[in-house]
Design a protein around this ligand. Sequence first.
Ligand code: SF4
Length: 110
Amino acid sequence: MTDDKKGFGQSKPKEVRTNLRFKQSNPKEREHDATKEYPSIAQQAKNMAQSAKDVAKDPRWVDNEEYERRMTLCRACPLYDKEQNRCRKCGCMLKGKARFKAGKCPIQKW
Ligand code: SF4
């Protein structure tokens, strides 16, 4: 195939792909933004286990007013992940965590 017939769907030259892969795999090349990342899976599991223990001790729900107050604070927080409705600090699902009286914001906003 001649160059002028290459078109849509043609992949990038090998050296470009190699550089791109290097940048993606090299931690120094990646931009770090803690507000865009979740804790490690192990840490999320610990946080979830602690939340489950707290809720098992006190399984009461908060009323709608308190739930909305908490969620308003979360929605304004830079650690809030809107797409997943999760907290990036602890990794917890806020639909559940903010509902329980025993649920706690990891940075004491509520
Ligand atoms: S739980 Fe706390 S840290 Fe997490 S998103 Fe809500 S306000 Fe922010």
